[in-house]
Ligand binder design. Structure first.
Ligand SMILES: Nc1ncnc2c1ncn2[C@@H]1O[C@H](COP(=O)(O)OP(=O)(O)O)[C@@H](O)[C@H]1O
Ligand SMILES: [Mg+2]
Length: 382
C-alpha cells in the first residue's frame, strides 16, 4: 500500500540550509508547508524562511531531532554520512533514501553503479595507494583527474595530472585518501538533465541544459541546450535509465560530457536539486524546487513546460571584492531576475547568488546574462 501524501500544513524537513535548501523551503512555504532545516549554522541562507535545528552533518542526535519534528525528510546535499541518514530513515520517510545516497556519495560506488547498469562513463580506476595511482597512470594515461571519493563539490578535492610525474603531488594534495582516477574527457560541451521521480514512479524531466564551468565551478547554464533534439533526447533517455535503476524519489541531476565525436558520457549523478536547474525557477511552470517538494511529498508532479529559452550566470564571492555589488544595472534589464542567497560572508569561489535571463532565443539569453555578469565583474575590479 502507498503511504499517504504529505500535504500543505504538514512539515518538510531538509538536511542542509544552503541556497538549495532555502529555495526548496521558499517553495514549500509558498504552498503552505512548515519547514524545518538541519544546518550547523543558525544564520544559514534557509534560516530566513525556515526553522533551524542546529547540528553538524555527522551528528545523529540533531538529525533525529529534526526528523521527529517532520512528516518527511529530504536533503540539499549528498554529503550527510550514511549512518546519520539511516537513523533518520528509521523514524521518518527519507526521500531520496539512505540507500540512494550510499550509492552516490562515494564516487567508487557511483562509478560501479553506472558500470553495472551499462551507463556510459569515462575510463576510471579506484585508487587506494600511490602504487595504484602509478599503475592507473600507466594504463589510462594523462591528462587525467584524481578525485577524492567522498566530500568533493564545486571542483574541490580534485587534482589534475598532466604528466606521469604529477602523480605523487596529486596523491598528497588530496590527503592520501581513497580516490577515483579518471581519464580526462576532451569534451565538446557539458550537459545536464534535471528530472524528478515521484513516490508513484512518475518521471518528468526539464529541458536538457548546457553548462559552462570555470575552475571546476559552474559559471553559466543555457536551457534548452543548443544541441540537436536527438542529442537532448539521448541525454534524457540515459538520465531516465539512471533514475529508474536508482529507484530515486525526488530530483536527480545527471551531468554529462558530450564528446567531440558525439557520444554522451555520464560525469556524475547528484541526488538533489542542482545549480544547473536554477533556470527552472522563473522559466518553467514548475521549478526544480517545487518538483522536489511534490516528489518527496507523494504528490503529482507539476508541468515542466518552459516558457522561453533561458540562461543563468552564477555570482561568486569574487564579485564582492570591493564590497556588495551595485545591482541596479542588473535590475534595469527587464528580462533578468536577481537571486541572492543572503550569505553574510563572501569568499572567492563561494556561490552568493545568480541571475537568470529569459529571452527569445538561447544565444540572446546567454549574451544578456554574460553582459550583466561582466558589468558586475568590472565594478569589483575598480
Ligand atoms: N574526467 C573529466 N574530464 C574532463 N573534465 C572533467 C572531468 N571530471 C571533471 N571535469 C571538470 O570538472 C568539473 C567538476 O567535476 P565534477 O566531477 O562534476 O565534480 P563536482 O562534484 O565538484 O561538480 C566538471 O563539471 C568538468 O568541467
Ligand atoms: Mg559536477
Amino acid at each position: 500500500m502507498k503511504a499517504p501524501a504529505i500535504t500543505p500544513g504538514q512539515t518538510l524537513g531538509i538536511l542542509g540550509g544552503g541556497q538549495l535548501g532555502k529555495m526548496i523551503a521558499i517553495e514549500a512555504r509558498r504552498m503552505g508547508y512548515r519547514v524545518l532545516v538541519l544546518d550547523p549554522d543558525t544564520a544559514c541562507p534557509a534560516a530566513e524562511v525556515a526553522e533551524i535545528v542546529q547540528g553538524a552533518w555527522s551528528d545523529p542526535t540533531a538529525a533525529l531531532e529534526l526528523a521527529i519534528g517532520c512528516d518527511v525528510v529530504t536533503l540539499e546535499t549528498e554529503h550527510v554520512p550514511y549512518a546519520v541518514l539511516a537513523e533518520v530513515e528509521r523514524v521518518r520517510p527519507l526521500r531520496p533514501s539512505a540507500q540512494v545516497l550510499k550509492t552516490i556519495q562515494d564516487r567508487f560506488n557511483q562509478r560501479h553503479f553506472l558500470h553495472r547498469h551499462d551507463l556510459p562513463q569515462t575510463r576510471w580506476a579506484n585508487i587506494e595507494s600511490l602504487a595504484a595511482l602509478d599503475a592507473a597512470v600507466a594504463e589510462l594515461g594523462v591528462p587525467a583527474i584524481l578525485k577524492r571519493r567522498t566530500g568533493g563539490y564545486d571542483g574541490r578535492a580534485q587534482a589534475r595530472l598532466y604528466a606521469p610525474m604529477d602523480a605523487a603531488a596529486a596523491w598528497q594534495a588530496l590527503g592520501e585518501a581513497p580516490c577515483i582516477f579518471e581519464a580526462f574527457v576532451d569534451f565538446a560541451a557539458e550537459l545536464s538533465v534535471v528530472l524528478a521521480r515521484s513516490t508513484h514512479g512518475e518521471i518528468r524531466f526539464f529541458a536538457t541544459a548546457e553548462n559552462i564551468h570555470q575552475n571546476g565551478i559552474l559559471h553559466t547554464t543555457v536551457a534548452p541546450a543548443r544541441f540537436s533534439p536527438p542529442i537532448r533526447a539521448a541525454a534524457e533517455d540515459l538520465a531516465t535509465r539512471a533514475a529508474v535503476a536508482l529507484e530515486i524519489v525526488g530530483v536527480l541531476t545527471v551531468e554529462f560530457f558530450l564528446t567531440r565525436d558525439g557520444r554522451l558520457l555520464i560525469n556524475e549523478l547528484a541526488p538533489r536539486v542542482h545549480n544547473s536547474g536554477h533556470v527552472t525557477l522563473g522559466a518553467c511552470v514548475t521549478s526544480q524546487f517545487e518538483q522536489q517538494l511534490r516528489a518527496v511529498c507523494g504528490l503529482p508532479l507539476g508541468s515542466q513546460h518552459q516558457h522561453a529559452p533561458a540562461a543563468m550566470v552564477n555570482l561568486l564571492g569574487e564579485l564582492w571584492a570591493k564590497g556588495a555589488p551595485n545591482f541596479v544595472a542588473v535590475l534595469a534589464e527587464p528580462r533578468a531576475h536577481l537571486h541572492l542567497y543572503g550569505k553574510r560572508e563572501a569568499r572567492p569561489g563561494r556561490k552568493m547568488g545568480h541571475i537568470t535571463v529569459l529571452a527569445e532565443d538561447a544565444d540572446e539569453a546567454l549574451a544578456v546574462a554574460q553582459r550583466l555578469h561582466a558589468q558586475l565583474a568590472a565594478q569589483a575590479r575598480v
